[in-house]
Ligand binder design. Structure first.
Ligand code: ACO
Length: 703
């Protein structure tokens, strides 16, 4: 079913409409009528009669007119029947206000609603929502406070209470809405469906999403990545502090907290994540009202040195570039600023500047093609005529509007506060806090950069998936959900990862021969499915340099493992080439409960254990995304080479990230895969996979 008629219905029924003003069914009819909706409005109530002057029908089937949307505000026990009635009446969308479904564990009825709706070709918004507002149809079908002003911002919210509170906030913040959609339990229609509609909607110039939990994250990520190329999307997500619920089966698992993955995937998709509702409002309003800058060179104009420095700090934080060609700056401001001012950026007009100096300097920024945006700071001084100040800013803004971005930040007493309130109400980007002002400009620059990013066609990567699956089948036939070292090595080989040579020895003689063949030094490891923690059980010996050490190690490993895990079946001892040292990294991938396949890179050792210095992306990633992930690491300089160390083979690390990301995306039966450590050598010398662990799902029907 097409989604447009949800936003522009030809007729709307409210099932559970009531003449009692205390009831939700009354509020919805009242809002629909008051919002100026021009289509047919049909209250449905078993008693019939009239509600708010409209004829009420006992059943939606009796209306006999075109109804695209039916809002259901009947108790949970009546919802299924009402859905069937809507189907019979030819409704396209059921908007279910009613609570009492999956949010309280009643998943069964919620699924049944969707099943029945789909059988009638209908889509379901909700349940457990406060409704929908659509400026395209002048339709407020919510039970909110009413009085929503139309405008360029669309809000999609999972939280009902916060969504209703946002209606009030849009009024105080002078934010006009193109749409406000409550998604609640997302039984059917979800954010991805709505983003598709809103991205095509000409009224909508910026989208704000409030997310509590992600469903179908895979699809959401792909939709966001597409939408953000043409429209800004700002997201607020609650539950920042919560860790992923999946058991920590690997480093990737323990580090891939739900919030870390969400954050990484949002950045990857070009979405701006706001820290607070206030920040989100600041950004969407500015993004919706301001054209993209012609370039990224901003100039700060101030009458106070201190706030100029604060603004400079804020520019660094929010990645706003400051124009720094000194000669051009001097030329530009020579005739328009006091002699004792400074034309360095921040351009400091000093406390003696008059309103005229201020206006002239901002005019100079506007006129200079090499300067792309202005940050105008003002501290209240006695020399300024504050009564004319609002007019001055209005005038400056009117000249900038549509040509270059500008933000104003004003400091002062009650009179200045009044100016801020007054101009904010008119939609002029005036802020009391310099960080807030610069953050808005920073958001605009991020959106701009996102839109300029080249769209790289996905690089297909052929992997020998059939061969890899055969290895998994072998493990499953043996009742395992993890691969033994030789099996993992086989997969690594198929993936094209460079693993050290390894031979499994069944007795002491074979071990000595294997070490000779591989060449010293070697490592020895126990092979047993019953011994998971090999090192802890004394099952590993490193850096064995001759035959005597190999013989000693063989006996010591067997002795120690038998003591630690007496019943363990030991299949042999693996003799492995000892890998020469380099920089240890860790590359992992897993199925994230929200977003599906994700890939991770981190530096090994303490960087990953203590610093949690890792980067995630939704998988698969291409080479450039893999390189970006590596560059995102705080410890990246160690790979670039510090203190005379040479640069490491970053391309070779990126190659492993790409391969693992494609494997996890193509083989959904892998739950976790981790190469740890992946040792990286100097540029051009590649990487070695020292150890690889793979966990797979249980076969169907086995618990
Ligand atoms: N068809 C049409 N009308 C019906 C039907 C039916 N099959 N069955 C009952 N009705 C009528 C009732 O007679 C009543 O009208 P009346 O006032 O003339 O008698 C009206 O529908 C409402 O029914 P009530 O039984 O009075 O139910 P009530 O209004 O108390 O509650 C509601 C219904 C609001 C849907 C409730 O069940 C509910 O789920 N409340 C929570 C809603 C919510 O919070 N949603 C999430 C929003 S987001 C947030 O968190 C803020």
């Amino acid at each position: 079913m097409e989604m447009k008629s949800l936003f522009e219905p030809r007729g709307i029924a409210v099932i559970g409409a009531s003449a009692n003003p205390e009831k939700i069914g009354y509020r919805i009819v009242e809002n629909v009528v008051r919002s100026g909706y021009q289509g047919g409005v049909y209250p449905i109530n078993p008693k019939g009669g009239e509600i708010l002057g409209l004829r009420a029908y006992p059943n939606v089937v009796e209306v006999g007119e075109t109804i695209d949307v039916a809002v259901l505000a009947v108790p949970a026990s009546r919802v299924l029947d009402a859905v069937d009635d809507c189907g019979a009446a030819g409704v396209h969308h059921v908007v279910i206000i009613t609570s009492g479904f999956s949010e309280v564990g009643n998943l069964e009825d919620e699924r049944e609603i969707v099943r029945r709706a789909r059988a009638h070709g209908m889509r379901v918004l909700g349940p457990n929502i406060f409704g929908i507002y659509s400026a395209a149809a002048s339709l407020d079908a919510t039970f909110g406070p009413g009085g929503i002003s139309p405008g360029p911002v669309a809000i999609v919210t999972q939280s009902g209470a916060l969504g209703i509170a946002m209606i009030g906030k849009t009024a105080t913040e002078s934010v006009g809405l193109s749409a406000l959609v409550s998604v609640g339990n997302k039984a059917d229609v979800d954010e991805a469906d709505l983003l598709e509609v809103l991205s095509a909607d000409e009224r909508t110039r910026a989208i704000l999403m409030y997310v509590e939990g992600v469903k179908n994250g895979d699809r959401l990520q792909k939709t966001l990545a597409r939408v953000t190329r043409t429209k800004p999307v700002v997201v607020i997500k609650s539950g920042r502090s919560k860790r992923g619920s999946m058991a920590a089966a690997s480093h990737t698992g323990s580090l891939a907290g739900a919030d870390e993955v969400f954050d990484a995937v949002m950045r990857q998709s070009g979405v701006l994540r706001a820290e607070s509702v206030q920040e989100a409002f600041t950004w969407v309003r500015y993004l919706a009202e301001t054209p993209l800058p012609p370039g990224d060179q901003a100039v700060i104009v101030t009458n106070g040195g201190g706030i100029g420095v604060l603004a400079t700090d804020a520019c660094e934080k929010y990645e706003v570039t400051l124009y720094d060609d000194q000669e051009v700056l001097e030329e530009t401001f020579a005739g328009v600023m006091p002699d004792f001012g400074s034309s360095k950026n921040p351009v400091d007009l000093t406390g003696q500047a008059t309103a005229e100096d201020y206006a002239r300097s901002l005019g100079a920024v506007l006129a200079e093609d090499r300067m792309d945006a202005a940050i105008a700071l003002y501290c209240e001084t006695a020399l300024f005529d504050t009564s004319r100040f609002a007019d001055l800013l209005r005038d400056v803004y009117a000249r900038y509007r549509g040509r270059k971005p500008i933000v104003f930040s004003l400091f002062g007493g009650e009179r200045i506060e009044a100016v801020i309130r007054e101009l904010k109400g008119e939609g002029i980007p005036v802020f009391g806090d310099v960080y807030e002002a610069v953050s808005a400009l920073g958001a605009l620059y991020r959106v701009h950069r996102r839109m300029l990013e080249p769209v790289e066609p996905a690089e297909p990567l052929e992997l020998p998936i059939d061969g890899i699956r055969e290895v998994f089948d072998g493990a499953r036939a043996d009742g395992r959900t993890f691969l033994l070292a030789p099996e993992a090595a086989q997969v690594a080989g198929l993936l094209g990862l460079d693993m050290p040579r390894s031979i499994v020895a069944r007795n002491l003689d074979e071990a000595v021969r294997a070490a000779d063949e591989i060449g010293y030094p070697v490592v020895m490891k126990v092979v047993s499915k019953d011994i998971v923690h090999k090192s802890d059980s004394g099952g590993v010996a490193l850096d064995l340099v001759n035959e005597v050490e190999v013989v000693d190690a063989y006996q010591a490993i067997l002795r120690s493992c038998r003591a630690h895990v007496p019943d363990a079946v030991i299949d042999g001892i693996e003799v492995v080439e000892m890998v020469r040292p380099g920089v240890e990294t860790i590359v992992g991938a897993r199925q994230d409960p929200s977003f599906g396949p994700v890939v991770m890179i981190g530096l090994g050792g303490i960087y990953v254990e203590v610093m949690k210095d890792v980067a995630f992306r939704a998988a698969p990633v291409d080479r450039s995304a893999a390189r970006e992930m590596i560059a995102d690491l705080r410890s990246y300089p160690l790979l670039l080479g510090v203190r005379g160390e040479s640069r490491k083979d970053i391309d070779a690390i990126a190659d492993v990230v790409v391969r693992l990301s494609h494997l996890i995306a193509q083989c959904r039966e892998i739950t976790d895969i981790e190469v740890n450590p992946l040792v990286a050598y100097d540029h051009g010398q590649g990487t070695r996979t020292v150890d690889m662990r793979i966990l797979i799902q249980r076969p169907e029907g086995v618990s």
